[in-house]
Design a protein around this ligand. Structure first.
Ligand code: ADP
Ligand code: MG
Length: 290
């Protein structure tokens, strides 16, 4: 594209809340053949709320919530904020916690009253000996909810389910992208069952679940290695390495600063339609070569 076309394209983008951080991104976006899309915070709003609290047999709901909010108080994960807010609204007080640790893609752990406590994915709870299986395959997951487990000492305390809502333009955007001939793959650290339901809801056939943050970038590289021109859309700290690995990366709106600092294109309006608009702008810019 000519320097003038680049300037015009960048300017039009800025007016529409689409910040192209380099000329290359504006030129490359129209070449995308595959788009990898993060689930939480990208396809969904990323503002989960607690929908169900399910104490284990013989456990009080308050006991479950108290341990959960105590552990999550130190975490910045969106699920953590939801749990802390929910417990606070119920008047629960958090206890003090020692040796707190957040394990990306899995959960959190710490010592409460000198006893080890864990909160995280069913897989994480199984790994730490609280569950026999990670495939609890509950009705909750069939509804696309994320289910986390809580354990302390020797005891499994129960589950907490959280639901997040799809961005209102998720279905229409995915449909339009597919129509434009772009293959869509959903990528998530969430479990297989929840991922399947959300993918179906949005109209995505291919999804990869249970991906640890450290492995998201490898997935991008794998698709690039097959000759695809790969775009990545993400919102979180977890997505930064994957954004770097993509040919063209998009950070959605109010996401983490690190995602915005990393991505080639920043979607200020926090809507998914902007991805389509960015690609259209790229086409328009390139067709203006005289
Ligand atoms: P995503 O890729 O969907 O943004 P993450 O990689 O952040 O998800 O997390 C994957 C899974 O790890 C979550 O669905 C949850 O089960 C678990 N997890 C990670 N951190 C936390 C936390 N602080 N509180 C509860 N669950 C967590
Ligand atoms: Mg995310």
């Amino acid at each position: 594209a000519t320097p003038t076309a680049i300037m015009v394209g960048t300017g039009l983008g800025a007016q529409a809340g689409i910040l192209f951080r380099n000329a290359d991104a504006l030129e490359q976006a129209q070449k995308l053949t595959t788009l990898i899309v993060d689930k939480t915070g990208t396809l969904t709003k990323g503002k989960p709320t607690v929908s169900d609290v399910i104490p284990a047999v013989g456990i009080e709901q308050d006991a479950l919530l108290s341990v959960a909010s105590t552990l999550e108080a130190g975490s910045e994960h969106p699920l953590a904020r939801a749990i802390v807010d929910y417990a606070a609204a119920k008047g629960m007080k958090t206890q003090s916690v020692n040796s707190f640790k957040a394990i990306p893609g899995k959960g959190v752990t710490g010592q409460i009253d000198g006893v080890s406590a864990f909160l995280g994915s069913p897989f994480f709870l199984k790994d730490n000996g609280f569950l026999e299986t990670d495939s609890i395959s509950s009705d909750l997951e069939q509804n696309g909810k994320t289910v986390v487990g809580v354990g302390k000492g020797e005891q499994f305390l129960g589950f907490i389910a959280l639901s997040d809502t799809l961005r209102p333009d998720a279905v229409s955007t995915i449909q339009a992208l597919k129509k434009a001939g772009i293959s869509i793959i959903m990528l998530t650290g969430d479990n297989e069952r929840t991922a399947r339901v959300v993918a179906q809801e949005v109209g995505i056939d291919d999804y990869i679940a249970g991906v640890l943050p450290a492995n998201k970038a490898d997935t991008v590289k794998k698709y690039r290695a097959t000759g695809e021109c790969v775009g990545m859309v993400g919102d979180g700290i977890n997505d930064a390495p994957a954004l770097v690995a993509a040919d063209v990366s998009f950070a959605i709106g109010a996401g983490a600063d690190i995602a915005r600092d990393t991505a080639d294109i920043i979607l200020m309006k926090s809507d998914l339609t902007s991805v389509l608009d960015a690609i259209s702008l790229s086409h328009a810019t390139l067709s203006k070569i005289r």
